[in-house]
Structures are given as C-alpha cells and as structure tokens.
Ligand binder design. Structure first.
Ligand code: NAD
Ligand code: UDP
Ligand code: UDP
Length: 343
C-alpha cells in the first residue's frame, strides 16, 4: 500500500554501478540497523512482506536472533553481526537507522558506549548513505524534549534536557544524531528523514528491560507486584508497535524530512497504566511503590498534527487493544524461562 520510490532506486544504482534491483520489480535493498531488536524486527517483517531485500545489522547488545529467526533461509533476508560504531561498506537504497539501546536500564549500563553508538554509529551510517546515495532515516526519540516545559510536545519545541545527567548519554546522543543528520543533508545533500518516537510497546520487547510496560506485564504474569516508581502520577503516551512501523515507512516513502513525532497521544499516569494491566491480565494484581530514577520526565504526550497532515498517519491501536496483543508472547517466553530454556 505504501508507494515505492523507483526514481531514487534507479539513481542510486547508477551511482554505485551495480545491477539495479528496483527497475520494474518494485523491490528495494534496505538496511535496518538494530533490526534484531524490538522495533527493528517488526519493521523487518513488514519490509520483507512488502517484497524488499532486507539486510539487518546488529551487534545483539539488546537484540535477539529469535526476533528474526523466522526469516533465516529466505534469500531476501541477510543478518550481519556488526557494531555500527565501526565503518561498513554496503550497497543499498534505503537505511533505517535504529541501532541503539532504547530502555533506560540498557542505555545507562554503558553510557559511553551509548554515546558512541549514537554519534559514531550515526556518522558511519550517514557516511554510508552519502557514498551510495541512499535515503537515511534516523529513529530519534521524544527524550530530545527532556523534562518538557511545553505540553503536549510539538516538533518546534527545543526541549529541556540536562546535559550532564544520567540520561544524557541517550537524549544528548540522539540530539547530536539529529544534528549530524541535518548537517549531512545540508552539507552533502543526503536525503534524510527524522522520526521522534514516543514510548512504544508490543511483542518481542525484552522481558526484563526495565521499561514500564514490559515490567508491569511481566510482573503481572509472574504474579509479582507491579513496581510503580515515585508517586506514579508521571505520565507517558503508549504506542503499539505496528502503528510505529506504519509511521516509519510512511515517513521513509514520503517527501518530508521531519522531524516528525510518532506516538499515540493517549496519555496515562503510571497508576492508570497499572490499572489497565490489571484489567487485561490479572484483576488480582497488586502494586508496590519504589523510589523514582533521576531526571525522570514528569509528563510526555506527542502533538501529532504534523504527521497527520503531512504523512497522513495516525495511530490506530489504543492501549486497551494493544496490551492484550503482547500478553501471549510474554506468557510464552516467561513459561520457557521457568522451564529452564531461557530466552
Ligand atoms: P531495542 O533495544 O530492542 O533495539 C535496539 C537494537 O539495536 C538491538 O537489536 C541492539 O542489539 C542493537 N544495537 C544497539 N547498539 C548497537 C550497535 N552499537 N551496533 C549495532 N547494533 C546495535 O530498542 P527498540 O525499542 O527496538 O528501539 C529501536 C530504536 O528506536 C532505537 O534507536 C531507540 O532509541 C528508538 N526509540 C524507541 C522507543 C521505544 O519506546 N521503543 C522510543 C523512542 C525511540
Ligand atoms: N563510512 C562507512 N561506510 C561507507 C562510507 C563511510 O562506514 O560506505 C564511514 C566512514 O568510515 C566515516 C563516516 O562514515 O567514519 C563518515 O564518512 P564521511 O565520508 O562523511 O566522512 P570522512 O570519511 O570524510 O571523515
Ligand atoms: N516506571 C515505573 N515502574 C517501572 C518502570 C518504569 O513506574 O517498573 C516509570 C518510570 O519512572 C517512568 C515511566 O515509568 O516515569 C516510563 O519509564 P520507561 O523506562 O518505560 O521509559 P521512559 O519514558 O522513561 O524512557
């Protein structure tokens, strides 16, 4: 359903002197960095389904082979174990650049590595895009708005970010990645797209990645109390992963650079989220309060008018419909874990 850009495919092919894959075949070669992760693997599924050739680059820091194993044996799919901090040579038409840990627990684990991934990793992928004339899409984040003083957040808001805090390896890293992206566009004519993604959930999230949805769902399934940090009155807006994948593809195929907020504007406090998880998974589930983490943004809600108008995109899956869609996957993996198979 998404229109393909034959022109750019052909141009790229002449530039690199390789056999064009796009001509008359409606097929492109696409790199997805971080494609073995949560969002990346769902994006890969949709690109493969559309008929494209997909190369995944992943160092498996937070990603898992299990997320893409169902494509092994498909000649249109290729998986490369590679760290984007190192340069790489490839010939492709489009680059979806997702490689970067997304959960606060993961990105704080080795903050210098997180910065290197965001800065050197993005630089390498932009260098690659420049050399081969590929279109480049950056998955930035709502964290670039920091602890926002404007609510809901529009793309025009410059943000309120602590540059020396424990989250800055991620949010300042992504802000630099946005800067690099725009400088390669302005300075080298690279075709770029920027998405600012708001909290996203769904099947294949890491079970214990510390994010609130995966924590609450795992805890409710394991019959442990759901851990609410702080007073639980802070808010977030939760987007189901298929909506995000649709938005990323609409952005890549469209005319507009962005940045675009991609998120579900439904806003919930953590206490309300716990209530929904209770309804969906286990009415007897309980909650337990814990100290909050440093620099935790008090509220977050996307203004998505720009994406609605220019990408003709808006999320379709509300939280109460999306949560049940991840429960089976979580139950199965928790069961495997309990049986000692791990995952
Ligand atoms: P994830 O942790 O599941 O996936 C990230 C993937 O990148 C993993 O497969 C990991 O192994 C890989 N990776 C990390 N560092 C790498 C490196 N140096 N070289 C190669 N591969 C590397 O996270 P996700 O939720 O799928 O997020 C994907 C992207 O979307 C990230 O860039 C993240 O910042 C962005 N994002 C996600 C959310 C969300 O709520 N999920 C919100 C905002 C932004
Ligand atoms: N790069 C890469 N693959 C390519 C082209 C470039 O990984 O196909 C890397 C390159 O090693 C460099 C970065 O991208 O570290 C930026 O490349 P660019 O050509 O813009 O800058 P330069 O190499 O001139 O510093
Ligand atoms: N949170 C919580 N309990 C948890 C994990 C997180 O109450 O077990 C809170 C956290 O303090 C934050 C919100 O949930 O206010 C979202 O956290 P998450 O790590 O999912 O994503 P963030 O939006 O902070 O990147």
């Amino acid at each position: 359903s998404v229109p393909l850009t034959h022109t750019s495919t052909v141009t790229t092919s002449y530039k690199t002197g390789r056999v064009p894959v796009g001509i008359g075949k409606k097929r492109m070669r696409i790199v997805v960095t971080g494609g073995a992760g949560f969002v990346g693997s769902h994006l890969v599924d949709k690109l493969i389904k559309r008929g494209d050739d997909v190369i995944v680059i992943d160092n498996f820091f937070t990603g898992r082979k299990e997320n893409v194993m169902h494509h092994f044996g498909n000649h249109r799919f290729e998986l490369i174990r590679h760290d984007v901090v190192e340069p790489i040579l490839l010939e492709v038409d489009q680059i979806y650049h997702l490689a970067c840990p997304a959960s606060p627990v993961h990105y704080k684990y080795n903050p210098v590595k997180t910065i290197k991934t965001n800065v050197m990793g993005t630089l390498n992928m932009l260098g690659l895009a420049k050399r081969i004339g590929a279109r480049f899409l950056l998955t930035s984040t709502s964290e670039v708005y920091g602890d926002p003083l404007e609510h809901p957040q529009k793309e025009t808001y410059w943000g309120h970010v602590n540059p020396i805090g424990v989250r800055s390896c991620y949010d300042e890293g992504k802000r630099t990645a946005e800067t690099l992206t725009m400088d390669y566009h302005r300075g080298a004519g690279v075709e770029v797209r920027i998405a600012r993604i708001f909290n996203t959930y769904g099947p294949r999230m890491c079970l214990d990645d510390g994010r609130v949805v995966s924590n609450f769902v795992s805890q409710a399934i394991r019959r442990q109390p759901m851990t609410v940090y702080g007073d639980g009155k802070q808010t977030r807006s939760f987007q189901y992963v298929s909506d995000l994948v649709d938005g990323l593809m609409a952005l890549m195929e469209g005319e507009h650079i962005g940045p675009f907020n991609l998120g579900n504007p439904g806003e919930f406090t953590m206490l309300e989220l716990a209530e929904v998880v209770k309804e969906v998974i286990d009415p007897s589930a309980t909650i337990e309060f814990r100290a909050n983490t440093a620099d935790d943004p008090h509220k977050r809600k996307p203004d998505i008018s720009k994406a609605k108008e220019l990408l003709n995109w808006e999320p379709k899956v509300p939280l109460r419909e999306g949560l049940p869609l991840m429960v089976n996957d979580f139950r199965n993996r928790i069961l495997n874990e309990d049986e000692g198979k791990g995952n």
